[in-house]
Design a protein around this ligand. Structure first.
Ligand code: NAP
Length: 260
C-alpha cells in the first residue's frame, strides 16, 4: 500500500469484537507498519476485553449517523467490518455510514459450521424460534446448555421446566431472568475434552448454539456430536451486501490493494 500524498498515514477502522478482528489488527500492524494506523472499535460489552494491538476505542457510535460523523472526524480511509456474524445492527450501520461518506468497506465474515455425520441439529431461524424448538423438543431430560450470549436469554425465560447452564464471558451483575439456572464463566478458545467433561458433569441433554462458525467455540459442537446430544442451532441473519472475505489473511491482501 503506497503512502498517501504528502506521506501521511492511512487510517483503518476495524469494527471488532471477534478473534478474526484481533488477528486482523495484529496482521495489519505487522504488514503495513507505520504506513497504516489501525483503530479497533469494541462495543464495550465486556469490562475486561482481551488486549489488542494498535488504537482501541470502546462504546457505540450513536447509530449510523454517529458512525458516519466519526468516519469524517477521524479521517478514516477504510472500514473492515469484522464483527460477529450475529451482530447485524452494527454491520448495517457500518454499511450505511460508509455509503454516506464514500468510505471503502470490506466485511470479514468467517464461514459457518457445516453439519457433519453424527450431528443431530435442529435448525432455528432466530433466538425466539430456538426457545420454541426447545419447548417442543422431545429430547429426554431438561438440562440445557445455553451458549447464545447474555443478550439472547429473554426468550428462554418462559421455559420454567428446564434447568439452564448458561455460559458467559463475565459473571453477570444482575440475575439472568431464567427460573432455574447456573452460570459457567469462560472465554474461548475451548477444547473438546473440556467441553465433553463439562457437558457430562452437568448431565446436559441439549445444547443451544448460534451458527457462529470459527474455531474457538466449535469444540462444543464436536463434544455434542461425540456425546450424541441434540443441538438447537440458530441460523445466521443474512449478511449485509458488499465485498466479503472469510479470513484475516484475505482481508490483509484486500487492504494491500484497496487504498492505492
Ligand atoms: P449489534 O446488535 O449488532 O449492535 C448493537 C449496537 O452496539 C450497535 O448499534 C452499536 O451501537 C454497538 N456496537 C456493536 N458492535 C460495536 C463495535 N464493534 N464498536 C462500536 N459499537 C458497537 O451488536 P451485538 O450483537 O450486541 O454485538 C456487540 C459486539 O460483540 C460486536 O462488536 C460483536 O462483534 C461482538 N460479539 C457479538 C456476538 C453475538 O453473538 N452477537 C458474539 C461475540 C462477539 P451504536 O448504534 O450506538 O453505534
Amino acid at each position: 500500500m503506497p503512502d498517501r500524498e504528502g506521506g501521511s498515514r492511512r487510517r483503518l477502522l476495524i469494527l471488532g469484537g471477534t478473534p478474526e478482528a484481533a488477528r486482523l489488527a495484529q496482521g495489519a500492524i505487522e504488514r503495513f507498519k507505520n504506513r497504516l494506523e489501525v483503530i479497533s472499535s469494541l462495543a464495550g460489552r465486556t469490562a475486561d476485553p482481551a488486549p489488542l494491538p494498535g488504537t482501541v476505542r470502546q462504546g457505540g457510535f450513536g447509530g449510523p449517523g454517529g458512525l458516519a460523523d466519526y468516519l469524517s472526524e477521524e479521517k478514516i480511509d477504510c472500514v473492515i467490518d469484522a464483527t460477529h456474524p450475529f451482530a447485524a445492527q452494527i454491520s448495517a450501520h457500518g454499511r450505511e455510514a460508509c455509503e454516506a461518506k464514500g468510505v471503502l468497506r470490506l466485511m470479514l465474515l468467517r464461514p459457518a459450521w457445516r453439519r457433519e455425520g453424527g450431528d443431530d441439529w435442529v435448525e432455528a431461524s432466530s433466538i425466539e424460534d430456538a426457545a420454541e424448538a426447545l419447548k417442543n423438543s422431545t429430547a429426554p431430560g431438561g438440562r440445557v446448555f445455553l451458549t447464545t450470549g447474555p443478550g439472547s436469554l429473554a426468550p428462554f425465560a418462559a421455559l420454567d421446566d428446564r434447568r439452564f447452564l448458561v455460559r458467559l464471558i463475565e459473571a453477570p451483575k444482575t440475575p439472568l431472568g431464567l427460573s432455574d439456572y447456573e452460570t459457567v464463566i469462560g472465554r474461548g478458545p475451548f477444547t473438546v475434552a473440556d467441553e465433553r467433561a463439562l457437558m457430562a458433569e452437568k448431565r446436559i441433554d441439549v445444547l443451544v448454539s448460534k451458527l457462529s462458525g470459527g474455531g474457538a467455540t466449535y469444540p462444543k459442537i464436536i463434544a455434542a456430536r461425540q456425546l450424541s446430544l441434540p443441538v438447537i442451532m440458530i441460523r445466521r441473519p443474512p449478511p449485509e451486501p458488499g465485498m466479503r472475505v472469510e479470513t484475516a489473511e484475505a482481508a490483509l491482501d484486500w487492504l494491500d490493494g484497496a487504498l492505492v
